[in-house]
Design a protein around this ligand. Structure first.
Ligand code: SF4
Length: 359
């Protein structure tokens, strides 16, 4: 579902700590992802530099080298850590091509909890192969005291992937309903708004329009491995500048940024990824609070679940409108398969997959 691993970058060409120090402060959320952030030998220095710049700093990792996060958790116990986990042991290892991935990352997250970590969790990409395990995985996380974040198959230049679509959209979408209902049974506000985020995922899975307009380039940006700044990680034509060659101020006020805002407003990509959707759900004046639409949905449906009534999914989702005009490629398991990887140089075209669409 993601081919970043097939396109490794050269460490000496990757965005440096010094370059990241040129980001301004005052971000609400800053996600250090990858590729795989624990492969960076200077991850501790990176976190030292970005930690003061954001209310929440997150590390998104595959969790296979969790021991490299130990010193970071000791120093910043409140830092948010999410490990990718796609289901039960067999399902996770097959989907992700990991020999012993499930056990490694479950043990790792428990260890980080012992060390004092307070915002730890798993992140799962919903797809045909794991959707019937979703609620169980969520319950496992709840029992363990871990968070459970979800996204759905997605195409993005960052992933080097342009053919990520569910095989059976309707089945996958219907299964997500069970997770939403389970999430609304809690009294945890964060989990209840995650239920709304999953409602958006149902629309994404069916190929329908977003629940809330995108705010790429205004409320969030993406920094790629070569210090290029994009409005988002999906469209490589929304390049705003480069943090080595330009200052932050020049990038966000430059002509590319002005042009980008019009492009984002008219963007027809059907994105709903956790970082971007979460941002779109936030109140523009007080980002800790939600917008009115998700707030009203949560209040209404929390009440229904509390009263033992089913959630009226048809109110937000047209199940008769299922996109069927894309060709779907098989997602093979790479478990036990050796693939030769060629490092990608800064001088080469970074994202050669050409135009594509999320539907
Ligand atoms: S909707 Fe368009 S601008 Fe927004 S994240 Fe997706 S591709 Fe980027």
């Amino acid at each position: 579902m993601c081919f970043i691993w097939k396109h490794p970058t050269l460490p000496h060409e990757e965005v440096s700590v010094e370059t990241l120090s040129r980001l301004p402060g005052g971000f609400d959320n800053l996600n250090v992802s990858g590729g795989e952030p624990t492969l960076r030998k200077d991850l501790r220095e990176i976190i030292d530099v970005v930690h003061p710049k954001a209310r929440i700093v997150e590390i998104s990792s595959n969790g296979l080298h969790w021991e490299r996060l130990e010193p970071i958790i000791r120093k910043y116990p409140g830092i948010k850590v999410r490990f990718s986990l796609e289901g039960s042991e067999e399902t996770n290892n097959r989907i992700r091509g990991e020999d012993n991935g499930y056990r490694t990352k479950v043990a790792g997250l428990r260890r980080l909890r012992e060390l004092g970590g307070t915002d730890l969790g798993f992140a799962c990409v919903i797809q045909d192969d794991n959707v019937d395990e979703l609620t169980k995985l969520y319950e496992f996380c709840t029992e363990e005291g871990f968070e459970f974040a979800t996204s759905a198959l997605h195409n993005a230049f960052q992933f080097h992937k342009a053919d990520n679509f569910p095989y059976d959209r309707l089945r996958v979408a219907r299964e997500v309903e069970n997770l939403i209902t389970a999430m609304l049974r809690t009294n945890n506000a964060k989990t209840m708004f995650r239920a709304y985020l999953n409602l958006g995922l149902i629309r994404k899975i069916l190929g329908q329009d977003r629940l809330i307009p995108c705010t790429a380039g205004t409320d969030f940006i993406f920094v790629d491995p070569w210090s290029d700044i994009y409005a988002c990680n999906v469209r490589d034509d929304l390049l705003l500048g480069n943090l080595v060659r330009e200052s932050w101020g020049e990038i966000i006020a430059g002509p590319a940024a002005v042009r980008m805002r019009g492009e984002v407003a008219a963007c027809k990509q059907n994105c709903w990824m956790v970082t971007t959707a979460r941002t779109a759900m936030r109140n523009s004046l007080i980002p800790q609070l939600p917008k009115t639409k998700p707030l009203l949905w949560v209040l209404r449906n929390k009440l229904r679940v509390t009263l033992g009534l089913p959630i009226d999914f048809e109110r937000d989702i047209d199940y008769g409108d299922v996109r069927a005009d894309v060709s779907v490629s098989r997602r093979d398991s790479y478990l036990g398969v050796t693939v030769k990887r060629l490092p990608q140089r800064a001088s080469e075209r970074h994202y050669p997959q050409g135009p594509f669409f999320n539907r």
